[in-house]
Design a protein around this ligand. Structure first.
Ligand code: PEP
Ligand code: MG
Length: 890
């Protein structure tokens, strides 16, 4: 026979904390508290398996459930000296949902269940308080009517308010027992009127109704949405907890409250919570009465210091409560969030769970728990959500600030920034030069906007997804960015932008919040990032346990330096094209592209060589012997081309042709689908002189920095967008020839590696062949995602949200690796690459390299390193550590 019901209370339980999957979080913890002797009102948990049965069969229960439930009710009865359904000594219960993880959206709680027209009298006699009994009964009808019978909460409220008006009463506390009796009759009439059936009087009908409502709510729309957003499988189900009632509203020695065992915003080791005297559960959270502080210390700092703390109001119960909090913390070795009730001086614990906290508090608590000897450093590493570190590395909006939301886009790059709106990169640079803070607002950005993005505090675009140019570059720069705010219409001509009927103009101040994608009107108070000692300590522990290295994607000295400060162990991707947009070189770049002869191209390349060499020398020196992977020119050339008449005239003059001839050449270079066009290694195949110039710059820089620093540099040259071994062979041959020449010229041996980006499905499938030539692979998962799905990474924002709403994608595949598809290709790439070259170096440099879930996947396929933008380096370090711990446990 299957066991569907688990009892707890009275110093023992059938379940344990380890049975979370079966009993839900609340049920498992109630069992555990009973087991360790914490006073818990006796009760039982109906398992999540019953929920699964209920959902699958369209609302029926397993055969044995009724008998098991009756036996469990009897047990509660024995412990309390009462009986469920008894008219003289009625047992009243609470019914609460409790899934494996806490899940808003489902039916939450019904209190006082078991009350009816008769038992209410017994309760009155028992408590010696009629008013209390009738108040409890009307609360029950209201709660049950609302959450179980589906009536509107406000209909009940209207009855109550109407009655108060009739009688000229202000507060609920002004109502007498007789008043409540009138309300109860009106409530019952409301139920019959609306539903055509009376309010259930049989406690068993009430109980089964509540149980059915909890299980039914697992499949309600709100719960389904919540599960989708938090990736909770439907198959988990919820448990139901039925527990003997204890009353916090039995007079002035009764109370109810909630508390955290440590401060959830700062992490300070101080009890933090609120309670109300003579109140029941929902009163504390409902915000009708001002709750009181638990400790004296907190009372003095509170906004209502005239109200006594629990410490002085009920000192005995407080002492016991404090001791229990310590005991729970020591037992769970974690900060707890607890609920309690004091019934006539006797303390009961109703719930404990690990408490939600800010990133700052999570760090402090994890580090403190190690110092207190409660957990090991490795566990501390696991206790902090890597993504939450973002909150600590960037300025954030003061949580107490008011938000005047103008529009919402994608949270493309974290942090918040305020500034004057500018619509062009040149203007951004000009105003920044005058010391102004600006926010660059563009429909989308292109590589030509790099200088404007650099000059701005933050970037807002109305088109483009999480891997659009704006998003990727902003993350790299560590600047806040909101992308794809599709509701905004930008009018460059008028210098305005509009959303939902409201228009802002250039010079108006806005704030963007890269943490949630909001665009706010005006400036808003910010909190500064704080890289405290706890942060450094946790990262040190993380570094000890992780296996994968963490590199950075960086090309500017500023980014490379920032990344090193964040702990990067080399550069995994230097996108050389970003170096081509500087105002002093874009002219030469354009000259090279539009030249229609090799000689013309070489003349332009000669101008670029010393500049590129200078770039690389600086990067090598900053990285001081750490590996540096430099990628040859990758993007479609149209990104560099002159567009305005003015630019065309300039370039025409530089290369000595007429603007008309130049325009003809530009037309020839136009592509329908540039991302799948003449880019990547295809450029190096058709214009090998470009790759040769870059290789020469890299080798000469390596020789020069070795000379300057005295330590050798071993560059890694990366060829992008390879799909065929033959492509790589052709390019590598050129690189090798340049290496030989530079070696002869300088009289130095040059050691280097040539490898490839793996960013096309064909490269994964033929990795064994490509590895014959490649010394390393770096998975370019931005393009690999784009080419695997056939979804343009720059245009996906227009339909991705719909896809997510309809559950087609659980998460944006450009943010977190699509393990099933893209991941499978990566696995093939890894296996086949290693077949040919067992010691092949394997990394990832797509945006996924800084996404914790993707980092975890990289650990499982055995990559050697991940590479991500500088500000995500700490996140990747922590995620890699957690992945290593998880892999060790498997
Ligand atoms: C990639 O495709 O994953 C990659 C890192 O290259 P890029 O984003 O520059 O195309
Ligand atoms: Mg790519």
């Amino acid at each position: 026979m299957n066991k569907w019901v688990y009892s707890f209370g009275d110093g023992a339980a059938e379940g344990t904390a380890g049975m979370r999957n079966l009993l839900g979080g609340k049920g498992a913890n109630l069992a555990e508290m009973s087991n360790i002797g914490v006073p818990v009102p006796p009760g039982f948990t109906i398992t999540t398996e019953v929920c699964t049965h209920f959902t699958k069969t369209g609302g029926t229960y397993p055969d044995e459930l009724n008998d098991q439930l009756e036996a469990a009710l009897e047990k509660i009865g024995r412990a309390t000296g009462r009986a469920f359904g008894d008219m003289k000594k009625p047992l009243l219960v609470s019914v609460r949902s409790g899934a494996r993880v806490s899940m808003p959206g489902m039916m939450d709680t019904v209190l006082n269940l078991g009350l009816n027209d008769e038992t209410v009298g017994a309760l009155a006699e028992d408590a010696g308080d009629e008013r209390f009994a009738y108040d409890s009964y009307r609360r029950f009808i209201q709660m049950y009517g609302d959450v179980v019978m589906g009536l509107e909460h406000h209909d009940f409220e209207a009855i109550l308010e109407g009655f108060k008006d009739e009688k000229n009463l202000d507060l609920d506390t002004d109502l007498s027992a007789a008043d409540w009796q009138v309300i109860i009759e009106r409530y019952k009439a409301l139920v019959s009127d609306k539903l055509g059936r009376p309010f259930p009087q049989d406690p068993r009908d009430q109980l089964w109704g509540a149980i059915g409502a909890v299980f039914g709510s697992w499949m309600n729309a709100r719960a389904i949405t919540y599960r989708r957003l938090h990736q909770i499988p439907e198959s988990w189900g919820t448990a139901v907890n039925v527990q003997g009632m204890v009353f916090g509203n039995m007079g002035d020695t009764s109370a109810t409250g909630v508390a955290f065992t440590r401060n959830p915003s700062t992490g300070e080791n101080k009890l933090y919570g609120e309670f109300l005297v003579n109140a029941q559960g929902e009163d504390v959270v409902a915000g009708i009465r001002t709750p009181q502080a638990i400790t004296e210390e907190a009372r003095m700092e509170s906004s209502a210091p005239e109200k006594p703390s629990l410490e002085t109001a009920l000192p005995e119960a407080f002492k016991e409560f404090q001791a229990i909090c310590t005991r729970l913390e020591n037992h769970y070795r974690e900060m707890q969030d607890v609920e309690f009730t004091i019934e006539r001086g006797k303390l009961w614990m109703l719930q404990t769970r690990s408490g939600k906290r800010t990133a700052k508090a999570a760090l402090k608590i994890a580090v403190d728990l190690v110092e207190e000897g409660l957990i090991q450093p490795e566990e501390a590493v696991n206790r902090v959500d890597p993504a939450s570190l973002d909150q600590l590395l960037h300025p954030t909006i003061d949580p107490s600030a008011e938000r005047n939301v103008f529009a919402t886009g994608l949270p493309a790059s974290p942090g918040a920034a305020s500034g004057e709106v500018v619509f062009s990169s040149d203007e951004a640079e000009r105003l920044a030069g005058q010391g102004k803070a600006v926010i660059l607002v563009r429909v989308e950005t292109s590589p030509e906007d790099i200088h404007g993005m650099h000059a701005s505090q933050g970037i807002l675009t109305t088109r483009g997804g999480m891997t659009s140019h704006a998003a990727v570059v902003a993350r790299g720069m560590g600047k806040p960015c909101v992308s794809g705010a599709g509701a905004i219409r930008v009018d460059y001509q008028a210098g305005t932008f509009t959303a939902a009927g409201k228009t802002l103009k250039a010079g108006d101040v806005v704030t963007i919040d890269g943490a949630n994608g909001q665009v706010l009107v005006g400036s808003v108070p910010m909190l500064k990032p704080e890289l405290s000692g706890d942060f450094a300590q946790l990262m040190e522990w993380a570094d000890k346990v992780r296996r994968m290295k963490v590199r950075t994607n960086a090309e500017t000295p500023a980014d490379a330096r920032a990344a090193r400060e964040f702990g990067a162990e080399g550069i995994g991707l230097c996108r050389t094209e970003h170096m081509f947009f500087d105002t002093d070189r874009i002219g030469a770049v354009r000259e090279m592209i539009v030249a229609d002869t090799e000689a013309g191209r070489r003349t332009a390349l000669d101008k670029l060589l010393p500049m590129q060499r200078g770039d690389f020398i600086e990067l090598f020196e900053i990285m001081a012997g750490l590996p540096v992977t430099i990628r040859l020119l990758d993007p479609p050339l149209h990104e560099f081309l002159p567009k305005t008449e003015e630019e065309i005239a300039e370039v025409a003059e530089a290369i000595g042709v007429s603007p008309t001839k130049l325009k003809r050449r530009l037309d020839m270079l136009t592509e329908f689908n540039p991302m799948l066009g003449h880019r990547g290694c295809r450029l190096a195949v058709s214009y090998p002189e470009i790759a040769e110039m870059q290789a020469r710059a890299i080798f000469e820089a390596a020789v020069e920095s070795a000379k300057r620093t005295g330590s050798p540099v071993r560059p890694e040259i990366m060829v992008p967008l390879v799909g065929l071994k033959a492509e790589l062979d052709i390019v590598k041959e050129r690189i090798d020839a340049v290496a030989k020449t530079v070696s002869e010229e300088s009289g130095t041996d040059i050691s280097y590696d040539v490898g490839t980006m793996v960013e096309l499905p064909r490269a994964c499938l033929t990795a064994d062949k490509i590895a014959e030539t490649a010394h390393f692979f770096s998975f370019g998962t931005n393009d690999l995602t784009q080419t695997t799905f056939g979804i343009s990474r720059d245009d996906a924002a227009s339909f991705l949200p719909t896809y997510q709403q309809q559950n087609i994608f659980e998460v944006d595949p450009f943010v977190s690796i699509d393990v099933e598809g893209v991941g499978a290709l990566m696995k093939i790439g890894v296996e086949r690459g290693r077949q040919t070259r067992p010691d092949i170096k394997l990394g990832i440099c797509g945006e996924h390299g800084g996404d914790p879930a993707s980092v975890k996947f990289c650990e499982t396929v055995g990559l050697d390193y991940v590479s991500c933008s500088p500000f995500r380096v700490p996140i990747a370090r922590l995620a890699a550590a957690q992945a290593a711990v998880a892999a060790g446990k498997d």
